[in-house]
Design a protein around this ligand. Structure first.
Ligand SMILES: NC(=O)c1ccc[n+]([C@@H]2O[C@H](COP(=O)([O-])OP(=O)(O)OC[C@H]3O[C@@H](n4cnc5c(N)ncnc54)[C@H](OP(=O)(O)O)[C@@H]3O)[C@@H](O)[C@H]2O)c1
Length: 331
């Protein structure tokens, strides 16, 4: 009998995990859903069956014997409840940043490093940051053509990356701005409608903000590399899907056609030809990574390339990644 639990089932990622479990055809016999006290008692449909969400407490997992728990309830909740969950769950796949830096815990993108779970023999598996996931998928395959030596990435991140309240904030501010009214920002430090906020998380003494540090450290951990990476993260007034402008330098010359051929052969990547390009408005609810605008850096011809990546942060950048890990663990 296969049993799955979803913690944070009422949140943006949690709800998307339920969709992904269905779409990815994960077979299970029992499903348990948890939230904070605020949403406990809410009814959630999965296929034809209605489930009731329960409050997560330190006793919730006692005697449950769950195979895989998928958690997306913020890093403080993950840190607080992980041990209690593991008393009644074989694996915990965590979407927060709570365990990502821990060298004893695998940080997994299933297409890239699923084997790190067995190597580290860990019950906790960290799901990477949404911007990191969509970045490492093309980089992992490109790094096979020739070692990558340098990456410069600018991530333009949608508001759904900050949860349900941020989506509401952008909607409200957009309507109010068009009607000439001002609304005080709550989720963000600055207005997000019709604006760009050039930091995500606090800016540290290094001059980098928290999200930039996550992309830089997580990319090398997943790829098991020591590539020089420089990231810039910007919050943009887009509801769903993150976009990234990427510059990479290989250690040796690589033909553009080799890269295109590689993208076309890779299942998780959809490549757009030169005159066409992916945009965030088109890919909400999709589980692939969309790549376009591939071009040589004219000053460093054939060793350096620029390209553009779009993916749904809730799907590919969170839920589908976690669900694909769960599916492989349950097989
Ligand atoms: N949004 C993204 O694109 C994205 C991508 C990757 C990773 N993540 C990470 O995933 C996590 C959730 O993000 P989200 O966007 O889904 O946020 P969200 O929409 O605000 O949802 C938060 C969820 O966590 C639950 N929760 C909060 N405190 C809890 C507690 N003490 N015990 C049990 N459940 C609790 C909430 O339940 P209530 O309904 O009861 O409040 C809700 O279900 C965060 O760690 C985030 O960093 C998000």
């Amino acid at each position: 009998m296969k049993k799955i639990a979803v913690v944070g089932a009422t949140g943006l990622v949690g709800r998307t995990i339920l969709k992904s479990l269905y779409e990815e055809g994960v077979a299970f016999d029992e499903l348990y859903l948890f939230s904070s006290r605020k949403s406990a008692g809410q009814k959630v449909m999965f296929g034809e069956i209605e489930y009731t969400v329960s409050e997560l407490t330190s006793e919730s997992f006692d005697n449950l014997d769950i195979d895989v728990t998928l958690m997306s309830a913020g890093s403080e909740t993950s840190k607080k409840f992980a041990k209690d969950i593991l008393k009644g769950s074989r694996y915990l796949i965590d979407n927060s940043s709570a365990f990502r830096k821990d060298p004893s815990i695998p940080l997994v993108v299933p297409e890239v490093n699923f084997d790190s779970i067995a190597k580290l023999d860990s019950q906790i598996i960290a799901n990477p940051n949404c911007s990191t996931i969509q970045l490492v998928i093309p980089l992992y395959f490109m790094n096979k053509l020739a070692p990558i030596e340098k990456i410069i990435v600018t991530a333009l991140q949608s508001v759904s990356g900050s949860g349900i309240k941020a989506v509401e904030e952008l909607k409200e501010q957009s309507v109010c701005s068009l009607n000439g009214k001002k609304v005080k920002p709550e989720v963000y430090s600055d207005p997000i409608a019709f604006n760009l906020i050039p930091r995500i998380g606090d800016i540290g003494t290094s001059g980098y903000c928290e999200e930039e540090i996550k992309i830089m450290s997580e990319t090398n951990k997943i790829l098991a590399t020591d590539i020089s990476i420089c990231a810039t993260t910007v919050r943009v007034p887009v509801f769903y899907c993150h976009s990234e402008s990427v510059y990479i330098e290989f250690s040796e010359k690589v033909e553009k056609e080799e890269i295109i051929d590689l993208f076309n052969k890779t299942d998780s990547i959809n490549y757009y030809k030169d005159e066409d390009y992916p945009m965030p408005i088109n890919f909400s609810g999709r589980s692939d990574v969309y790549v376009g605008r591939l071009r040589n850096d004219m000053s460093n011809s054939k060793k350096a390339y620029k390209f553009w990546i779009v993916a749904d942060n809730l799907k590919r950048g969170a839920a589908t990644n976690a669900v694909r890990i769960a599916k492989k663990l349950l097989d």
